[in-house]
Ligand binder design. Structure first.
Ligand code: AMP
Ligand code: MG
Length: 417
């Protein structure tokens, strides 16, 4: 695809919306087919490779939800107190096989199996104990304080659907229904490079004109949180020969290559040429701010994404452009993160035709309503705007800005990865 020039953009040349870009690239990308089986304890964050079914009812047997007395509802008087003899005692883990509740109240504790004929439990706080009898008040419904077998999940039902990124809660459910290993997709192997002659490693002494590379560590940490296996391949100098050699080499052993820097249209931006030398560049400019210059392509059959150089643009494009692509490649379900409504404490103008992410913090307004306050500095290179904000406001492509008091769409940082 021909590169659009800055001029073309200035005259309203075609920008691709984030949705279009993600749909287009998603439709062309294959999903990894490899899978592996991992123990439950190692499955957090992995992608379920198939629907996982409950092997047993959950709970496996009808049991008491409280400490109290199990009875047959049919033994209770229609009005007034019922006095029943206390017979038997069932603690959690006990067997109820030999115990019948007919004509009696069975002392029972939370999690203990219900006697086969009992269907209702009185909480111990609600009864009147009189010697070896117990007085049961009227008004309780049949089935109260009982947990029937399979009420949480029936045997054979889907406990975890294919494509789900497993959470600690999923692991708890899997354990409860009898699973001890889970089939998951293989982790995506992602290679990351930084590009730029000005970059030095963190900790290195800075020669004149140099800055520390902060993008690679940002990308590596975010990608790992998103479940990828990351190969940190270091810094590439702005040297066309080096780029042309290293990119195809990385393509051979990875599922995705990510670079940052070097993809706008400046004279020193060599990534585009290097990709085109060994593959194809699919498109170039996204209607997103920060982050407009994003290069996507294919190198020796492996997808390539060239992110912008500025750290805030790297953050935004990784989470809103790369993340859905990672999901597609890795076989994970993806739905765009659902923003939360908050009130804006500031007015803001933007260009229409592109989506914009604004760094904000939350505070409680005088009337108690949560409102968003803009981070005071805007630049896409301002790293403290990422550490000093609570999240990002998402302003729609068509919006021309916002006014004080508008309800706006807020993404907390922590819900984005
Ligand atoms: P570029 O897209 O290469 O023109 O870079 C845009 C801006 O981002 C420049 O100010 C670069 O110095 C900066 N930049 C590029 N790569 C990095 C990086 N890895 N870490 C920090 N800043 C970077
Ligand atoms: Mg550069």
């Amino acid at each position: 695809m021909a590169q659009l020039t800055d001029d073309c953009f200035a005259f309203g040349g075609p920008l691709m919306s984030v949705e279009e870009a993600v749909a287009l690239i998603g439709a062309r990308l294959p999903t990894l087919s490899e899978r592996e089986t991992v123990p439950l304890a190692e499955a957090d964050g992995r992608i379920a490779a198939e629907d996982l079914h409950a092997e047993i009812d959950l709970p496996p047997f009808m049991n008491s939800a409280v400490d109290g007395y199990a009875v047959r509802f049919s033994d209770l008087a229609e009005a007034g107190e019922t006095l029943l003899p206390v017979r038997g005692r069932l603690a959690a883990g006990a067997s109820a096989e030999a115990i019948a509740a007919a004509g009696a109240a069975v002392r029972i504790f939370t999690g203990a199996p219900m006697p086969g004929d009992a269907d209702t439990v009185f909480m111990q706080e609600d009864v009147r104990v009189a010697g070896d009898q117990v007085g049961l008040p009227p008004g309780l419904k049949r089935g109260a304080n009982c947990r029937p077998a399979g009420e949480d999940l029936a045997r054979g039902a889907v406990a975890i659907p294919a494509g789900r990124r497993l959470t600690p809660q999923d692991l708890a459910l899997a354990a409860a229904v009898g699973l001890d290993t889970l089939p998951v997709r293989r982790r995506l192997r992602v290679a990351i490079f930084s590009t730029g002659n000005e970059l030095a490693e963190p900790g290195a002494r800075l020669p004149p004109g140099a800055i520390h590379d902060s993008n690679r560590i940002l990308l590596a940490a975010l990608l790992r949180r998103l479940g990828a296996e990351v190969s940190d391949l270091g810094i590439l100098r702005d040297d066309p020969a080096a780029l042309r050699a290293r990119l195809p080499e990385a393509a051979r052993s990875h599922d995705l290559i990510l670079t940052s820097g070097g993809v706008s249209t400046g004279e020193e931006d060599h990534v585009k040429g290097a990709v085109e030398a060994s593959g194809r560049l699919v498109f170039w400019r996204l209607a997103i701010k920060p982050g407009r210059p994003v290069a996507m392509g294919v190198i020796a059959g492996t997808p390539f994404i060239g992110l912008p150089g500025n750290p805030v643009a790297v953050y935004v494009t990784l989470l809103f452009v790369v993340r859905p692509i990672l999901a597609r490649l890795g076989g994970a379900d993806y739905a765009p993160p659902l923003p939360q409504p908050v009130r804006s404490a500031f007015a803001y103008k933007k260009k229409t035709g592109r989506r914009e992410y604004v760094r904000v913090s939350l505070r409680r307004g005088e009337d108690g309503i949560v409102e968003a306050v803009k981070y005071p500095r805007d630049g896409a290179g301002v790293i403290t705007s990422l550490t000093g904000s609570d999240g990002l406001l998402e302003l729609a492509d068509a919006a021309s800005g916002l006014s004080v008091g508008d309800v706006v769409s807020f993404h907390p940082h922590a819900l984005l990865w």
